[in-house]
Ligand binder design. Structure first.
Ligand SMILES: NC(=O)C1=CN([C@@H]2O[C@H](COP(=O)(O)OP(=O)(O)OC[C@H]3O[C@@H](n4cnc5c(N)ncnc54)[C@H](OP(=O)(O)O)[C@@H]3O)[C@@H](O)[C@H]2O)C=CC1
Ligand SMILES: O=C(O)[C@@H]1CCC=N1
Length: 268
């Protein structure tokens, strides 16, 4: 089995670790790096996976998955440049960072695949988009697709589209959590106990998400089917339109894409 090292096992690194283990990958085929010994102990106890140094990961793993914040990439690239084995595949999960950044710092010919996953890897429902760098072959891309397919859905996109993907599905779960949080508070405003409000909203979200995925209907048709003439839903929709929620979402997602571009430019 291919050995995979996750470099930086924070939120998304741990989500990947946990997701691929749940999907049947063995702990022996995985390793991770982390900055602080306490975090290494915590993750090793939780998953039975070895914490190693960046140098050991670079020397021994077949695939290096970079999951540090874009702001932390430079020192990591310096360590990797001095220790990476020729032909090792580098998979970047970092927002904004282009494959060309890795190609500039790492030995000539290093294959790189850029990925934008999301946190739903934790529950096997991730949405990931993958793009090859200059030296990544069809086999490299297939390997990454197979790995990420074990924790959710995968699409292949041109690297030029990765900032938009980051804004949509990379950050996407946060927008839904934000909406759910606000809707639960609305229940509190209406006098419901918090646990009841939470149950009502989460199950409505699960039901709506399942209908969106499985019914084959357009979201507009699904929303119209809930919106009875002269009823409650249209009264709420009027308020959402009055508060320009649609425009706010367009601006918010555009801001996320611009931030992704900015994170990449910081390393030009
Ligand atoms: N969170 C998400 O939902 C998603 C995140 N991403 C991308 O994943 C990356 C990580 O994000 P996220 O998980 O949220 O961030 P976190 O800060 O939770 O995780 C990054 C981890 O890497 C550690 N780290 C930093 N430098 C090194 C190093 N040289 N060697 C080993 N470990 C190191 C950090 O330690 P310390 O805490 O000490 O800094 C931290 O634990 C980012 O590039 C982000 O763009 C992509 C998609 C979704
Ligand atoms: O907020 C971020 O920058 C990362 C990238 C996508 C989701 N989380």
């Amino acid at each position: 089995m291919t050995t995979i090292a996750i470099l930086g096992a924070g939120k998304i690194g741990e989500a990947l670790l946990s997701g691929v283990l749940a999907a049947g990958r063995t702990p022996e085929s995985l390793m991770f790096t982390e900055r602080y010994p306490a975090r290494v102990t915590e993750l090793t106890e939780r998953y039975g996976v070895r914490g190693v140094s960046t140098e050991e990961a670079a020397r021994t793993a077949d695939v290096l998955v970079v999951a540090v914040k874009p702001q932390d990439i430079e020192p990591l690239l310096v360590s990797l440049a001095g220790s990476i084995t020729s032909g090792t595949l580098v998979v970047s999960l970092a927002a904004g960072l282009p494959t060309s950044l890795y190609e500039r710092h790492l030995p000539a010919g290093t294959p790189v695949v850029r990925v934008m996953p999301n946190t739903a890897m934790l529950v096997g429902e991730a949405m990931s988009a993958i793009s090859p760098g200059t030296h990544a072959t069809a086999a490299h891309l297939q390997l990454v697709e197979d790995l990420l397919s074990s924790v959710g859905k995968v699409v292949r996109v041109a690297e030029t589209q990765q900032d938009a993907v980051t804004a949509l599905s990379g950050s996407g779960p946060a927008y839904f959590f934000f909406l759910v949080e606000a809707m639960i508070d609305a229940g509190i405003l209406l006098g419901l106990p918090r646990d009841v409000s939470t149950q009502l909203i989460i199950q409505s979200a699960v039901g709506a998400a399942t209908m969106l995925r499985d019914s084959g209907e357009h979201p507009v048709a699904l929303r119209e089917a809930v919106t009875s003439p002269g009823g409650t839903t249209i009264a709420a929709i009027r308020e959402l339109e009055n508060h320009a929620v649609r425009a706010a979402l367009l601006s918010a997602i555009e801001a996320a894409a611009l931030r992704s571009v900015e994170l990449g430019r910081a390393h030009d």
